[in-house]
Design a protein around this ligand. Structure first.
Ligand code: 4AD
Ligand code: MG
Length: 455
């Protein structure tokens, strides 16, 4: 008999009858005549309760010896339960697949996320991380669905690249040379020139948008920035749509529609996990997602946002001044205190933005946008791209970049240039938003941050 998942059993409208369920023991209570065993197989948050009579097949060899964390296969009849769940199993046989040592670290008491990070190989077995990682999977699926439904083409952009898209110089070098050879004979390096792990697939994405019109990427990106915050990781996943024949308004509309779609999808398909997260992690979570799903977001220009922050009379740690980047505390003020909803800030000063953004007619700002959400701040960053050859060339010069290195990017402006725009959604920031989890390390299976690459 093949395996039936705990989710299949618990969501059944009629009893599935005799089934075999396999999973890990969460708790066990023995009495003389029978044992109650709760097992979880990760298919859903809930455990299945097994009632194992002491007279059933395999009982003596297995049940009394089972410890928390042991893996089992149980066969039995699904019957109506007296407890809070509709179904439980009346076991006919129990087989221990692998017992668990006595020092199994996940005992019944709750553990802190910090402790669980130190056992990242076992933490998916907890309620919290099971919920988070099921939602991570669902959100990845929903993102593909959102773009595929609208005819966007999924493009795999390279992980190894020679160009620094964001121009921040925060890249991990990729080499097969030892340090000494790299210093003295860099031309012997594997790719013949300095190569890095990508910080963004955007530039390559643009080449495909300038052929297939609407595309998106969804892959890992790497940043060697020494940020020790709860919102920065050194390895994270990014979704980068790019649309030809589109401007900044279309770009903002797409980003807003995507966030709404994902909030609605989470509410519809992750109900049990959201219930748990709402109860134990963030009491405002479900209400916030409902709000995001239904209500329009706000938009404000960077210039007006700076004005608003200056007038707020709020004491910020970092200075607010036209020409400076907005810090997370400023972004959070806008979303949490002023607008009380997600906000898109657009038209940033050109000097704080990368070379590829389209210059506005005021000659001071570029057609950039950041979508900010309560609790996190920036979740999406995007822009309309500079499609005018002469302006792009000026921008490259201004950013100390050479046309030689970016000739292929410049070519797009020589052969049938079109207005186009796109953005990057930080997948982990989105997950923080839809799970209520406040540290990015806890939405990544094996987080990489400065000083930490365990597991
Ligand atoms: O704003 P960023 O740097 O934009 C780009 O990379 C553009 N090339 C995107 C584009 O227009 N195609 O990054 C985009 C998003 C941010 O809004 C944030 O959500 C996330 O990526 N992000 C990070 N997430 C986790 N850890 C980090 N260190 C991140 N840096 C950026
Ligand atoms: Mg950004």
């Amino acid at each position: 008999m093949s395996r039936t998942t705990v989710a299949q059993v618990l969501r059944a409208s009629e009893s599935p009858g005799m089934v075999t369920v396999k999973g890990w023991v969460r708790t066990k209570r023995d009495s003389k005549a029978f044992s109650f065993i709760e097992i979880n197989d990760g298919s859903c948050l809930s455990n299945l309760q097994i009632v194992a009579d002491a007279t059933i097949e395999g009982y003596e060899e297995s049940v009394p010896h089972l410890r928390t964390g042991a893996s089992v296969s149980v066969e039995g009849e699904i019957v109506e339960s007296q407890g809070k769940q509709q179904w439980e199993m009346q076991a006919k046989s129990v087989t221990m697949l692998g017992n668990s040592d006595e020092d199994y670290p996940l005992q019944k008491k709750g553990h802190s996320p910090e402790f669980l990070r130190s056992i990242a190989h076992l933490r998916p077995r907890t309620n919290l991380f099971g919920a988070v990682f099921r939602m991570r999977s669902r959100m990845a699926y929903a993102i593909h669905q959102f773009f595929q439904e609208q005819g966007f083409v999924y493009v795999h952009t390279p992980i190894i690249t020679a160009s620094d898209c964001e121009g921040a110089g925060e890249m991990f070098r990729v080499t097969n040379l030892d340090g000494k050879t790299l210093d003295t004979k860099p031309e012997e390096d594997f790719f013949g020139k300095p190569s890095y792990l990508t910080v963004s697939g955007q530039l390559e994405g643009e080449t495909f948008a300038c052929a297939l019109s609407n595309i998106y990427t969804f892959g890992p990106t790497f940043r060697a920035e020494n940020s020790h915050t709860s919102r920065h990781a050194s390895e994270f996943w990014m979704i980068e749509p790019e649309m030809a024949f589109c401007d900044l308004d279309d770009d903002m509309a797409l980003a807003e529609a995507m966030i709404k779609y994902l909030a609605a999808d989470a509410l519809e398909h992750c109900a049990e996990d959201l219930e748990f997260l709402n109860k134990f992690v963030d009491k405002g979570l479900k209400e916030r997602l409902e709000f995001v799903k239904k209500r329009d977001f706000e938009r404000i220009s960077y210039t007006d946002a700076v004005e608003l922050l200056l007038k707020s009379n709020k004491k910020f740690e970092y200075k607010v001044e036209y020409g400076l980047n907005l810090q997370s505390e400023h972004e959070r003020y806008l979303t949490e205190e002023h607008f009380k909803c997600p906000v898109t800030v657009y038209n940033y000063p050109k000097d704080i933005k990368p070379f590829y953004m389209r210059r506005n007619d005021d000659n001071k700002t570029v057609a950039a946008m950041d979508l900010l959400v309560p609790g996190i701040g920036e979740i999406v960053g995007g822009s309309q791209r500079e499609e005018r050859l002469d302006v792009l060339r000026e921008n490259l010069k201004h950013h100390d970049l050479t046309e030689e290195d970016y000739y292929w990017y410049v070519d797009l402006r020589r052969y049938g240039s079109v207005p186009h725009a796109g953005f990057g959604l930080g997948f982990e920031r989105l997950l923080m938003f839809v799970t209520g989890v406040s540290n990015i390390r806890d939405v990544i299976p094996f987080p990489r941050t400065p000083g930490s690459a365990e597991f």
